[in-house]
Design a protein around this ligand. Structure first.
Ligand code: 6R9
Length: 582
């Protein structure tokens, strides 16, 4: 049965608001909808989070336990004088207390921002400084390695709460630095009775940092009302029901791992699986089987790795509980969808969204047949359009001052979404002009190039900018270039993404050296190591090519596009703005 059109026609964001409760005293708070309301509905004993470690289940909490822990965390924040509107950053792998910190921060009406645990010191420093973070939650190991040396550059960071391995042992021990305390030291002073005060749905709740082509990262601000879109899409796209066992493989340091690894599924009252370990094909299939996962949300990189691992790791596994598989973050190749049907006996449903959109916007609806290679159709409540772009890549403005829509089937243009919807970002912190430039009239401009077929299905064509997607993670070339420029040998750097069959793209840098430095393998290795130390392995370039005359525009900007075209042996396109040809 395909009821897509009916569901769409019946849907309004106000009707979706009514699927949630709101707070008892009025207001809307994400933590209330994700945790406390299930306790109020008599489902406190249902399992909320199940953490899987090397030897199986490490920890499992009911909704009631999660409600109590998040209340205690909120009390800890308030006890330290961290209040509504203050920014709390989280820097840790998938460890249980990170989830408490996220939801406890929202309960306290402070603002939470996840940082990726594989970031090096520079991305961490920059994001915390931009957000004026007052408190960081991290592990002793990450604090020592990545944060301690930055404290002098982060005067606004007053408190660091240590969680995870080795943190409880530090209770009563000498401090690792100013304001650094193990969470366990403050826990006994809490009661677990904290209740979120009525929260204005428009109050900021989350800041997700994302990368642009130029300049600093962008801190997309999301408000508590976003939970309406998290919940509605979890129901309508991921088909979550309260007896589901849901596994989202995304890291909680990125937007998917927060919005769909924690918030959205918990609002549906499901049991969430959190796998604390790294990818391993055999173990992943084993986990799907042993935990009886019913709905699985993962990413093309992971699926391609499973495909590469062949049939052996899943042969004989009972995956009969698995009802629904969805994917996000990068283009999902049709081969992978066909592989899913052949090997897992289920279609993989692609979904498209962005940090800025806050929730799934375009998807292969669970009640319709999948179109392999298509991102799907707009979710209920969302109107999507294809907009014309001019030669410079800007959205074309029509005679009426609005964008020019391309309604002919198969036209290529920029994907745009009609505003507003609850999870749309409300600002980029400290960058009102950059925020304004993401909109034209009523439309949010995604920056992605797509085409829409005659039946209204969207097909991803490419990004409209130079941002790199590697293993589902967005990487800003400017951030990588800036870090390389801090090395004494580097005069100029241009950074691009080079296609990779498994992770989508890998980061590659072209570097021009300062006088007195000669290209060598030793210097290349040194620069790669330098990049890793500053940026972390997830962001640093994998490969560096020395090139003295990097191609530039008349205004002096390095032409990454040309570097990329040459690297890939593609036509070089319009070179009219080139000043220096290498
Ligand atoms: C959720 C997330 C957003 C960018 C987006 C696009 C790419 C995401 C995709 C996809 C092709 C899909 N992207 N989903 N490309 N097909 N189904 O990933 O957010 O990190 O902000 O990245 O990711 O280029 O613009 P974010």
């Amino acid at each position: 049965m395909d009821d897509y059109d009916d569901v769409r026609a019946a849907f309004t964001w106000d009707s979706a608001r009514a699927w949630l409760d709101g707070q008892p005293g009025g207001g809307r708070n994400i933590a209330h909808e994700a945790v406390d309301r299930h306790v109020a509905h008599g489902r406190g004993e249902h399992e909320a989070l199940r953490f899987i470690g090397a030897d199986g289940v490490d920890e499992s909490w009911t909704y009631a336990e999660l409600a109590e822990r998040t209340s205690r965390f909120a009390e800890v924040l308030r006890g330290l004088g961290v209040g509504p509107g203050d920014l709390v950053c989280g820097l840790a792998g998938r460890i249980p207390d990170l989830y408490v910190a996220l939801l406890g921060t929202l309960k306290a009406r402070s603002v939470f921002s996840p940082l990726f645990s594989a970031f090096g010191p520079e991305p961490i420093r920059q994001r915390m400084a931009m957000g004026h973070a007052r408190l960081l939650v991290t592990t002793p190991a990450l604090y020592r390695k990545r944060v301690h040396g930055l404290r002098a550059e982060l005067p606004e960071l007053e408190h660091v709460l240590l969680i995870g391995p080795g943190s409880a042992e530090l209770v009563g021990a000498e401090r690792l630095g100013p304001g650094v305390l193990p969470l366990a030291e403050l826990w006994p002073g809490t009661s677990g009775t904290f209740r979120a005060e009525p929260t204005d749905p428009e109050e900021p709740a989350l800041i997700h940092f994302t990368s642009g082509t130029t300049g600093t990262p962008k801190g997309a601000v999301h408000v508590h009302d976003a939970v309406v879109a998290h919940h509605a899409t979890a129901r309508l796209v991921l088909d979550l029901h309260d007896d589901d066992v849901f596994w989202c493989t995304a890291d909680p340091g990125w937007v998917t791992g927060t919005s769909y690894g924690v918030i959205a599924p918990l609002t549906c009252g499901v049991t969430c699986i959190v796998d604390e370990l790294e990818f391993d094909a055999r173990r992943w299939y084993q986990l799907l089987e042993s935990e009886r996962v019913t709905v699985w949300y993962t990413a093309p990189t992971a699926l391609r790795m499973l495909m590469k691992a062949g049939s052996a790791p899943h042969e004989g596994r009972d995956l009969s509980a698995l009802r629904h598989i969805a994917s996000v973050g990068e283009p999902l190749n049709p081969e992978v969808v066909h592989w899913g049907i052949a090997e897992l006996d289920r279609p993989i449903r692609d979904t498209w969204w962005q940090t800025e959109t806050g929730a799934i916007m375009v998807a292969n609806y669970h009640g319709s047949a999948v179109r392999p290679g298509s991102m799907g159709r707009p979710v209920p409540g969302i109107e999507a359009a294809v907009l014309a772009r001019d030669a410079e890549g800007h959205v074309e403005i029509g005679a009426d001052g609005g964008p020019v829509r391309l309604d002919e089937p198969d036209s290529l243009g920029e994907l745009a979404l009609r505003t507003p919807w609850p999870s749309l970002m409300r600002s980029y912190i400290g960058a009102p002009e950059r925020y304004a430039s993401a909109f034209l009239g009523d439309w949010y401009l995604s920056g992605d190039l797509v085409r829409r077929d005659a039946e209204g299905w969207f097909w991803f064509v490419g990004r409209g900018d130079d941002v790199i997607k590697s293993a589902g993670h967005l990487i800003g070339p400017f951030e990588v270039e800036s870090a390389l420029l801090e090395h004494s040998a580097v005069a100029e750097a241009g950074v691009i993404g080079v296609p990779d069959p498994i992770v989508g793209e890998v980061v590659k840098a072209f570097v021009a050296l300062k006088p007195g430095f000669e290209p060598s393998d030793a210097l290349r290795r040194e620069l790669i190591g330098f990049g890793r130390t500053r940026l972390g392995n997830a962001v640093a370039p994998r490969d560096i090519t020395f090139q003295q005359d990097l191609p530039k525009t008349r205004s002096g900007k390095i032409m990454r596009r040309l570097l990329k075209a040459r690297e890939l042996g593609l036509p070089e396109g319009d070179l009219s703005t080139l000043e220096v040809l290498a």
